[in-house]
Design a protein around this ligand. Structure first.
Ligand SMILES: NC(=O)c1ccc[n+]([C@@H]2O[C@H](COP(=O)([O-])OP(=O)(O)OC[C@H]3O[C@@H](n4cnc5c(N)ncnc54)[C@H](OP(=O)(O)O)[C@@H]3O)[C@@H](O)[C@H]2O)c1
Length: 330
């Protein structure tokens, strides 16, 4: 299993465990951290060998980008910054303006990986692809990726231009990519970057049952659609999810490791996975997550984990959207 990977257009080798910066800012799911704590989290990540930092203007309305930018001042050299175009239309004008704003907040001259956050379907995709190519030509971004693109959108994008990565929800409890997308990305040379690899804390030993999960995180389709902040209309699979978590915990115990290490290691052992992006709200979490690179799993261990989560995989189905049943991701 390789610990590092290279992506086209990016000089720096990337440690396959990155840092997701969403939890640096206040959101529906997270309380956010102070600048001082954000600095400590980012420094802990750098000390642990992490090079890839993923962000988005949507995280705290620019707050997470601001915090990362301040923390990285004087430390930019070996860092790979990934951020996103999160605007409502992805028009040429909007992408140009949003990229400039991200550059300012991140206090950098260029973004290594610039990703369309969601496919908005407001302007022809060609316009967005051309605008991204122009930003790359101007040296403001080094490479182009997308997030939350399913097979239909990915094929349409690739017909217009190149795409280095697709960032998508992927964890032991969220395996929709395995139905079609992972194979397509592998065939077309698009790297898979996994977001919410710890299922927002479900895979970290902290919740004993579904009722302990706070409303802001019990919005995913694992939980019943009548949860206070849920926006889907499904029944969820709370019993299956927690029975899978118990089964994974037993494997972790047998292998003398933690649930979170096992969850990250399982992803890193998958042929199609380029990198994983666990978020963190303490330096200790970052350090621990980076150490998951050292966990070696046998083929039998991986198969056991596949089997333990097969029920959830089937219940959650091929819908790539962790939160909605609306066909936002195609
Ligand atoms: N492209 C997209 O649409 C999209 C969507 C979602 C996320 N993302 C990206 O993916 C990143 C991660 O996703 P996520 O925050 O949704 O989920 P996640 O990485 O699965 O969960 C992160 C949370 O799990 C807890 N945690 C992390 N490491 C831990 C450890 N070692 N021990 C115990 N608890 C631990 C922390 O919760 P506490 O803070 O409560 O301690 C942390 O904030 C984001 O930061 C973002 O960069 C992208």
């Amino acid at each position: 299993m390789n610990s590092h990977v290279r992506l086209p257009g990016i000089d720096q080798r990337i440690f396959r465990i990155g840092l997701g910066c969403m939890s640096l800012a206040r959101s529906q799911s997270y309380g956010g951290v102070s600048q001082e704590k954000a600095n400590r989290i980012v420094y802990a990540a750098i000390d642990a060998g992490i090079t890839l930092f993923d962000n988005a203007p949507m995280y705290g309305d620019g707050d997470a980008e601001e915090k990362l930018g301040r923390a990285l001042e004087g430390r930019r050299k070996h860092i790979v910054i990934a951020t996103k175009a999160s605007g409502p239309t992805l028009s040429r004008e909007e992408l140009t303006r949003d990229c400039e704003a991200s550059l300012r907040r991140l206090r950098t001259d260029f973004i290594d990986l610039y990703q369309l956050h969601w496919n908005r379907r407001a302007v022809p995709m060609e316009e967005s692809v051309q605008a991204l190519a122009q930003l790359r030509g101007q040296g403001k971004i080094r490479s182009i990726g997308v997030c939350n693109f399913g097979p239909v959108d990915m094929k349409a994008f690739l017909a217009l231009g190149s795409c280095v990565t697709d960032q998508i929800a992927y964890s032991l409890l969220t395996r929709a990519v395995e139905f079609e997308l992972a194979d397509l990305c592998a065939r077309r040379g698009v790297g898979l970057i996994c977001y919410s690899p710890l299922a927002q804390g479900l895979l970290t030993d902290r919740f004993g049952n579904a009722d302990e999960v706070p409303a802001g995180r019990a919005r995913t389709r694992h939980f019943a659609g009548n949860r206070p902040e849920a926006t889907h209309g499904e029944n969820g699979c709370e019993a299956e999810a927690f029975s899978a978590i118990n089964a994974i915990s037993k494997v972790a115990e047998r292998l003398c490791t933690s649930l979170s290490h096992l969850a990250l290691a399982w992803l890193l052992h998958r042929r199609d996975v380029t990198a994983v992006l666990p978020g963190a709200s303490t330096p200790a979490q970052v350090k621990s997550n980076a150490e998951a690179m050292m966990i070696k799993l046998s083929t039998a261990d991986v198969a056991e984990l596949d089997a333990a989560t097969e029920g959830v995989r089937l219940q959650m189905g091929a819908n790539l959207d962790p939160w909605q049943d609306s066909g936002r991701i195609r």
